[in-house]
Write a protein that binds this ligand. Structure first.
Ligand SMILES: Nc1nc2c([nH]c(=O)n2[C@H]2C[C@H](O)[C@@H](COP(=O)(O)OP(=O)(O)OP(=O)(O)O)O2)c(=O)[nH]1
Length: 133
């Protein structure tokens, strides 16, 4: 039996008023077309915070500061296991450019419930909802 690798991935919760940044993955990518919190795989010798600030710059050309940890969720997609770690992140400068996603939307918590999220994100959306209610 071969054991599946656990891949550690970060997810950024970026708030603007009562809305949160939701990003749709490109059709050609893993979990193509699904909605996610932007972020990516944690590289060797990188903290989750550094990973998020790097990924947000790569994906949107923005500057940001990673804040508090919200929660994590480990999800088995069958071919791989993703450990998704969600942090609150403050956008500090730069206009969002769509460099890696097909679409972004700023949505409130009710609107977010309607999206077709990547499965690993569903408990994170629920945790975020209970955090603000
Ligand atoms: N970034 C991110 N990835 C997620 C989320 N939910 C979820 O299941 N994933 C999955 C999709 C991918 O299989 C994996 C992250 O891959 P990625 O393609 O975003 O990571 P990366 O930017 O480091 O990509 P690469 O260097 O391998 O191309 O985690 C999420 O909310 N954010």
């Amino acid at each position: 039996m071969t054991s599946k690798k656990i891949i550690e991935v970060t997810a950024a919760i970026i708030r603007k008023g009562n809305r949160f940044l939701c990003a749709r993955r490109k059709a050609s990518s893993e979990q193509g077309g699904k909605w996610e919190f932007p972020g990516g795989k944690i590289e060797t010798n990188e903290s989750p915070e550094q990973c998020l600030e790097r990924e947000l710059h790569e994906e949107f050309a923005i500057q940001s500061v990673c804040g508090k940890f919200l929660c994590e969720n480990t999800h088995d997609y069958g071919d791989k296991i993703i450990k998704l770690k969600a942090y609150f992140v403050k956008h500090t400068s730069g206009d969002f450019q769509l460099l890696a996603h097909q679409q972004i939307q700023w949505l409130n918590l009710n609107e977010m419930q309607q999206l077709d999220w990547a499965e690993a994100d569903l408990p994170i959306v629920d945790k975020l909802t209970s955090h603000y209610k």
